[in-house]
Design a protein around this ligand. Structure first.
Ligand code: ADP
Ligand code: ZN
Length: 520
């Protein structure tokens, strides 16, 4: 659990993220606490948050040294859009920009000051930094200090002097992890005093990963739990009502189970937490409210009765299993309703358009993981920037997804989108493909389209699976400015033109038609 109750609300409110990525929370805690830190994270892993968030919590201004002007400007713009007082001093600035930054600094208004390392060469900058109350230094791409690397920047050598002159903590970040580079960073930036170092792979190899499409979800959860009777586990649900219903169904099946959600009395919640910590074999059926502060080492399984919010949430939630390192199992259920619900939550939220678009893109990544064709773990870790081999310990390594050439189906779906000029969502497009008569079809004269009824080989549920997988392949994305109407991405064009093929998973298409009438 975070030592800083302030961190999570800031994560959400300022950055728009619903969970930390692997490794971020520990680094954020250490940096906020004023420790000297060296953090090695893969590119794309989310390093910038690890100094931006602490910078907001700490008094005074954080100086960020970064070698890439374009990247600095991007970050400053992003922060400003999120309402954070950030500025940059780089050679690309206009005089007005530079004046504005100096003024904000002198007035004590700036939280983050980005600087190109060349700036440190001028005595004026050093003097100014000494005067304004710098609270810490963050160094991005810290390997640039290494004389033996490809990216050596002589001016990076001045950062060590700056740290000594200001006598403030320093946090260094890089994706380059080899031991010599690390040693050099410690020598040059930290004067040889080893900082607190974070170098951790994200993989949790003892956790078995699996996803399944919903096909009688209550039955699926009950049978998953039945195979693990007597083991401690968590079932995450999307709604409070469902936690109560599922807990009761589990009890009927002879399990010891209770529900947990944010609508319960604090005392009742504490009671469940204590029981879970002490008892063996208790199942807690919960919303995401359950988890912060749970550090039971021997949780043997985690199941998701509904699709999690994001890959970050998924990783965090399954990560509660198997902390003791012994084998643990997970299963995540998802269906078209989950996808629709998540989409509408994003679209109906109050976030500005860019953030909503980013949220949709993140949801697409989660769907890509759910519909992955090859090793699930490779896909998951790849999302966090870590490159790995197939793991041999996930559902897809156990039994590879059966795929078929879905190019024809995908092309039909893309044509329907094209013919209706990207103005409609999957539901209406499926009505067109299956030649369904609805008021909307008639009103828009979509029964006149050449694609009307061209997809009779599949029923609605099968088409939903096709669209879901198209989203997973990022061929289409909902357009937030058109109420989630599907829009083609650049990746769709080669498929439309017949230059690229798309493999679809057989199982989800098959499941769709064979689905028994089980009520969940
Ligand atoms: P790098 O480690 O390469 O510097 P960035 O800091 O640029 O990575 O982050 C990479 C991407 O990950 C960015 O798009 C950022 O918005 C996103 N990101 C970072 N932290 C989170 C998080 N906790 N949840 C969701 N997305 C995140
Ligand atoms: Zn695998």
């Amino acid at each position: 659990m975070t030592a800083l109750p302030g961190a999570s609300p800031l994560l959400r409110d300022v950055f728009g993220f619903d969970a930390f990525r692997p490794g971020q929370e520990e680094i954020v805690d250490a940096v906020t606490a004023g420790e000297n830190v060296l953090a090695i994270m893969p590119t794309g892993g989310g390093k910038s948050l690890c100094f931006q968030l602490p910078a907001l919590i700490r008094e005074g201004v954080t100086v960020v040294i970064s070698p890439l002007i374009a990247l600095m400007r991007d970050q400053v713009r992003g922060l400003q859009e999120a309402g954070v007082a950030a500025g940059a001093l780089t050679s690309g600035n206009t005089q007005e920009e530079t004046d504005a930054v100096w003024e904000a600094l002198e007035a004590g208004r700036l939280k983050l000051l980005y600087m190109a390392p060349e700036r440190l060469a001028s005595g004026a900058a050093m003097g100014m930094l000494r005067r304004i109350g710098v609270s810490m230094i963050a160094v991005d791409e810290a390997h640039c200090v290494s004389q033996w690397g490809h990216d050596f920047r002589p001016d990076y050598l001045r950062i060590g002097e700056l740290r000594q002159a200001l006598d403030v903590p320093l946090a260094a970040f890089t994706a380059t992890a080899d031991a010599e580079t690390r040693d050099e960073i410690v020598q040059k930036l930290f004067d040889g005093q080893p900082p607190r170092s974070f170098l951790r792979g994200f993989d949790r190899p003892n956790i078995h990963l699996a996803f399944a499409t919903k096909d009688g979800p209550r039955r699926q959860i009950l049978s998953f739990a039945a195979a693990r009777k007597g083991q401690s586990g968590i079932v995450y649900c999307g709604t409070r009502a469902k936690t109560e219903a599922l807990a009761s169904a589990l009890r009927d099946d002879g399990h010891v189970a209770c529900h947990y959600h944010g609508g319960m009395q604090a005392e009742d919640r504490r009671n469940v937490e204590t029981r879970f910590a002490r008892e063996d074999g208790l199942i807690v059926v919960a919303t995401v409210a359950f988890g912060m502060g749970i550090d039971k080492p021997d949780i043997r399984w985690v199941a998701h009765a509904d699709l999690p919010k994001s890959i970050e949430s998924y990783y965090q939630e399954i990560g509660r299993a198997g902390r003791d390192g012994a084998p643990a199992e997970t299963m995540t259920l998802f269906g078209p309703d989950d996808i629709r619900l998540r989409r509408s939550q994003i679209d109906e939220g109050l976030a500005p358009p860019e953030r909503r678009a980013a949220d949709h893109a993140r949801l697409n990544s989660l769907l890509g993981l759910a519909e992955a064709l090859h090793c699930r773990r490779k896909n998951l870790l790849g999302y966090f920037g870590e490159v790995t081999e197939p793991c041999g310990h996930c559902d897809l390594c156990d039994s590879p997804a059966e795929v078929f050439d879905g190019t024809t189906a995908v092309r039909k779906a893309l044509s329907a989108i094209l013919r209706t000029e990207e103005w409609f969502g999957a539901g209406h497009l499926i009505d067109i493909l299956t030649g369904t008569e609805t008021d909307k079809i008639r009103a828009r004269r979509h029964d006149q389209l050449s694609v009307y009824g061209c997809g009779n080989e599949y029923d609605k549920r099968q088409w939903q699976a096709v669209f879901r997988q198209m989203m997973g392949h990022d061929l289409v994305r909902p357009n937030p400015e058109r109420h989630g109407a599907l829009q083609m991405t650049a990746a769709a064009l080669p498929v439309l033109k017949g230059e690229a093929q798309i493999s679809l998973r057989k199982d989800s298409i098959k499941t769709a038609s064979r689905r028994p009438a089980v009520k969940a």
